[in-house]
Write a protein that binds this ligand. Sequence first.
Ligand code: NAI
Length: 668
Amino acid sequence: MTDINALRDWRYSVDMWGIARAVFDREGESQNSFSRRALEELGAIVQAVERGARDRRLVGLIIISGKEKGFIVGADVREFEQLTSEREVIESVSLVNGYLDRIERMPIPVVCCIHGFCLGGGLELALACHWRIATRDDATQLGFPEVRLGLFPGFNGTARSIRQAGALTAMPMMLKGSMIRAGAARGMGLVDELVASPLSLPWAARKAIERRLKSKPVAFWKDLARQWPARELLAKKLRYETAKKGREDHYPAPFKLIELFETHAANLEGMKAAETRAFAPLMMGPTSRNLRRVFKLMEMLKGQAPKEVPFKPLRVQVIGAGVMGADIAGWCVASGMEVSLQDVNADQIAKGIAKQKQLFQRKFRTKAERDAAAARLLADPSGANIGRADVVIEAIVERLESKQNLFKAIEGTLKPGAVLATNTSSIMIEEIAEPLANRGRLIGIHFFNPVAQMPLVEVIRGKDTREEEVQKGCHFVTAIDKLPLVARSSPGFVVNRVLGPYMMAALQRVDRGEMKEKIDEAARTFGMPMGPVELADTVGLDVCASVGNILKIAPPGVSKLDQMVAAGKLGKKSGEGFYVWKDGKPQKAQPQTAWDKGELERLGRELVAPLIHEAERVREEKIVESGDLVDAGVIFGTGFAPFRGGPLHFAANEEKSNVEVLRRPAVA
Ligand code: NAI
């Protein structure tokens, strides 16, 4: 057993009034997560407090974080892979559940102080305490994000959250993996008391111990939701809502959680044991493994940005206020920066700025915040503010000469050290940089459309680009809360390059007379967020045709795609492409007889084969540094079925026979 005097992740002390304080401050980490050692030390603390309570030396226990910014973000995902069998999962989870049960049964009050993120296992620890106090700060957010890792709460958080908040609110919270602020958590019953700032937490906790405050479970009438027949009705509704977001064979965890609730929620103690039994197979299953991989890939992308750079991007100049420029400007403003939006056409600037109102409405809760954001977005038709910008992003028309002329004209006016970037989607960075006196300065910062929804941004290194500029570019991308992927300048970079052959091959199938609706359904059956034909219409058929030309993958002869572009049928934006679009939705024909599931699955795999093949070539040509980064880029840049862990990972895991199918050439 861990020695209470030799803790490394916790600090344990007892004050003169007999109040014990357990401060979680994980060694060597910027935030608290539950590692095996941190949990063992929690066990030692539980034992010491039990002894102190028995001897009447202790009157209460306060659990609090030693980190300035957060309480506990959950279990340490990096350690999950150490568990190699369901038995091991059950053993280690049961050990922790034993500690939490003992906290709950402690004869003296146990008070939990929450400031910052209180997620997953952190919230489960909090729910085992007798009284929960949280700061009324925007940074304080509670939630169970486990479903995003293909799991559900495993430290008895399912039963305890239902006990405290009632199934009607606790179940959707767990199923969505959403985070809630302290005020809402108080309304739900997950938090008992709110204080203004972290400084008030210890004093409020002391008071709660003195008064022996004890949280009450949810009101009787709200608790009825877990009794028959309400439970069955609720389970049915939840199953219906969950099925709209993902399929059970792709993402089993939320469905298993509903089953757990439906079968066991009448008896919350019984639900605890059933939770552990249902949790273990999910933890060992492929979906959770792959989603954990996706989580690590995301961390890897973030890790591409240096932590310490003597560069703080505060002011941005966006040149070109069209589809991309305006939204890039809005996004940077929403991330706290001051942005000047420049365009040769003043109307474009006005339209671009007006459009950002919707984003600010979504991003900010108060009018004051929205007004402040609007004030940070400046119209700058003449480019007067370029010299003050830390980052200059060009998003003008996709024409080499126009871009070269622009950069030549502004080079002399830039602030020393400012990042100079182009949002080009197809022109080589070194070509654009050619007329510059300082060619090593230019990088690509390639956003995807729609900017607000796409998490990935490619940071492109041209032949002459200096490493320092790439690093600053990555730093900027993480500062606006996007994921940077460093790629070498080459046609299509990573995302468009892998999407191109995938979409072209699908459109050729349509040319050959295959039903577009079936193609799209098959891709969705594989796990793509949208089928390739619908995607082509969404991106714009003119854009698809131009990508096809750049990548030299357009089929010979006149395709349906060419005909449609010539006829001005450009997809969603013109109201018609392969589909007719109404109210932003493609009008799809229903099949006369339902498609065979096996056939859809086979077709889905065939459809993604060109994408996988191209991803392999991207790895071989070292367009990015590793295969993992290719997978990361494709998942976050195209939405490639996350539960499959990325195209290269998927291909490597397939049976040999399937791999042969997958390696078929992209375009006939
Ligand atoms: P757009 O045609 O919607 O907007 C271009 C804007 O640039 C227009 O408002 C035009 O008035 C302005 N402009 C032209 N020359 C200018 C100059 N010398 N100085 C200032 N403003 C000037 O174009 P869009 O679609 O926004 O594309 C911009 C860039 O972003 C292109 O390089 C494109 O390849 C790239 N891109 C486009 C994506 C898309 O989905 N549309 C996705 C990712 C990158």
